[in-house]
Design a protein around this ligand. Structure first.
Ligand SMILES: [Zn+2]
Length: 276
């Protein structure tokens, strides 16, 4: 920062000297830049090596630029997080804090989820999705949202919601908004999202229309080669009955996979008793 402008007697005297070519100069020697001439400043301090001064300013400029870039990136990630709509309950679920409890099935599921993140560039290019099916409390949602959170941190556009909410959003976009339509509503869940994670797929959802909307979104994403992750309490057969065999098969294309997580739930009382 420059010195504040003052017009004390001394400063005026100094300025007069500078203008008259009578500024007090001396020779200095910089350890980095060698010999230089410095001037006595109005604040009675020597101006120092001019090259060091210039470098200091340049460094400060660079630091400011880095700060700005960091803020822009942080703001962008924050925006991605908001858009992802991941339920609060799952915002802190990561692949790092998933406990396998020495369980082979869980360890396998975790390894597969890690691989999915590591190879997401390929999955993204080929539209490889994932189906996680199995009973309640096996950690499916934790792993799926863990994948979502990891990819959000990498700057991918992710959305992770349950089907009930998806249906609400479609209704809102299709019917409550000006110029809305089913078509427009479906589009909103296709191209703008690098990864769509749908939880509670196949839960006893009511209407045929709702199932059709879900089918259309999954199918549109398939056609655009965009990956989708489905989380379901149904087993593979039930899911096929619900969405159609072809839809489930297609999820496994492009490097996609189905993870069947059918071990006893950690939330069941028997399991708790076993551990106590
Ligand atoms: Zn210097």
């Amino acid at each position: 920062m420059g010195q504040p402008m003052t017009t004390t007697h001394e400063v005026r005297g100094h300025l007069k000297n500078v203008l008259a070519g009578q500024a007090r100069n001396r020779q200095g020697n910089c350890r980095i830049h060698g010999a230089f001439t410095e001037t006595l400043m109005p604040n009675d301090q020597w101006s120092g090596c001019p090259e060091c001064l210039e470098e200091g300013k340049a460094q400060q400029r660079q630091a400011e630029q880095r700060d700005r870039a960091g803020q822009t990136r942080a703001a962008k990630l924050e925006q991605l997080r908001e858009g992802a709509m991941i339920p609060r309950r799952f915002q802190q679920r990561t692949l790092e804090n998933f406990a396998t409890d020495g369980h082979d099935g869980k360890a396998f599921a975790l390894a597969a989820s890690r691989r999915y993140v590591e190879r997401f560039e390929d999955r993204f290019a080929q539209g490889g999705g994932m189906v996680m099916s199995g009973s309640v409390g096996t950690g499916k949602s934790h792993l799926a949202y863990g994948i979502g959170n990891a990819l959000l941190d990498q700057g991918y556009r992710v959305m992770g919601i349950d089907v009930y909410e998806l249906i609400d959003l479609i209704k809102e976009r299709a019917f409550s908004q000006k110029g809305g339509s089913e078509r427009e509503a479906i589009k909103a869940f296709v191209a703008p999202l690098d990864l769509l994670i749908l939880d509670e797929v196949g839960a006893q959802l009511g209407t045929e229309w709702e199932r059709l909307m879900l089918f259309k979104i999954i199918n549109e994403r398939y056609k655009q080669m965009l990956p989708t992750v489905l989380i379901s309490n149904c087993d593979a057969k039930e899911l096929e009955n619900y969405l159609g065999e072809r839809v489930v098969d297609r999820m496994n294309e492009g490097g996609g996979m189905t993870l069947v997580m059918d071990w006893p739930s950690y939330r069941t009382p028997t399991d708790n008793q076993g551990r106590a």
